[in-house]
Write a protein that binds this ligand. Structure first.
Ligand SMILES: C[S@@+](CC[C@H](N)C(=O)[O-])C[C@H]1O[C@@H](n2cnc3c(N)ncnc32)[C@H](O)[C@@H]1O
Length: 210
C-alpha cells in the first residue's frame, strides 16, 4: 500500500502550488460542478463536512461559501500547506482516506472530489468503509470521478514531471461498491466532457442509512 501512497503524495507535493494557480477559478467556469455542489450543500445542511482529498482547498472554500461547516483533509502535505495559505480561515489536515483520523459518525457530509481516482480498485472498499464509519446516520457523500475503464499512468501534470496512477471507473461499479459499504444511491449523474476533459465525468451522491 505504501508505494502508491508515496507516489501520489510526492506527485501532488510537486504540483501543489501550480495546481492551485491553474484551477483557482475553474469552478466559476463549470456550471454543472457548481450545481452538484449546491445540491449537496442544500441536502447536508448543518453539521461538519469533510472534503477528503481537498487538494488546495478550492472546493472546501466553495462549500464554506455555500454555508457549510467545511474542512479539508489531503494526503499531500504540500497541498495542505497551499490550502492553509490560500484559505487561512479554514481548517486543513494531512491524512489518508484509507485511515481517516476522524471520530465515528462525526460528519453530516463528505466530499471526495476527484480524489478516489488515485486509490487502487481493490482498496476502494476500505476507503468506502471509512466514509461510512465517519458519516453520521443520514449523512451524505458526494463523489466525482472520470468515467472509463482504464488505469492511466500519469507522467506530466501542471508543468511538472509526476509519477502516479489515475483510475477511470464505471459509475455502476463504484455505486455497487458504495452500496456494499452501506452507502445507498441517491443520484448518479454523468455529463459529457467539457474543455480539456477526455472522458465523461461522473457524480455519485450516496447516503448512509439512518
Ligand atoms: C485531482 S486532485 C483533486 C483535489 C481537489 N479535490 C480539487 O478538486 O481541487 C486529487 C487529490 O487527492 C489527494 N489524494 C489522493 N489520494 C488520497 C488519499 N488516499 N487520501 C487523501 N487524499 C488523497 C491528492 O493528494 C490530491 O490533492
Amino acid at each position: 500500500m505504501t508505494d502508491f501512497l508515496d507516489a501520489t503524495r510526492t506527485s501532488y507535493d510537486t504540483v501543489a502550488a501550480d495546481y492551485a494557480d491553474i484551477l483557482r477559478t475553474a469552478l466559476a467556469d463549470s456550471t454543472f460542478d457548481r450545481a452538484m455542489l449546491a445540491a449537496f450543500a442544500e441536502l447536508v445542511g448543518d453539521g461538519p463536512v469533510a472534503d477528503i482529498g481537498c487538494g488546495p482547498g478550492r472546493v472546501t472554500a466553495h462549500l464554506h461559501g455555500l454555508g457549510l461547516d467545511a474542512f479539508g483533509v489531503d494526503l499531500s502535505p504540500g497541498m495542505v500547506e497551499v490550502a492553509r495559505r490560500d484559505h487561512p480561515d479554514l481548517r486543513f489536515e494531512v491524512g489518508s482516506m484509507l485511515d481517516l483520523d476522524l471520530p465515528d459518525a462525526s460528519l453530516a457530509g463528505l466530499l471526495a472530489w476527484y480524489s478516489v481516482i488515485h486509490v487502487p480498485t481493490d482498496l476502494l472498499p476500505g476507503a468506502f468503509a471509512e466514509f461510512h464509519r465517519v458519516l453520521a446516520p443520514g449523512g451524505y457523500a458526494l463523489l466525482a470521478f472520470q468515467v472509463g475503464d482504464e488505469v492511466v499512468h500519469v507522467t506530466q501534470g501542471y508543468g511538472h514531471d509526476v509519477d502516479l496512477e489515475a483510475y477511470r471507473r464505471s459509475p455502476d461499479a463504484v455505486g455497487a461498491q458504495l452500496a456494499e459499504a452501506g452507502l445507498a444511491a441517491h443520484s448518479t449523474l454523468v455529463r459529457q466532457p467539457e474543455g480539456k476533459e477526455k472522458t465523461p465525468q461522473a457524480y455519485l451522491l450516496v447516503r448512509k442509512q439512518s
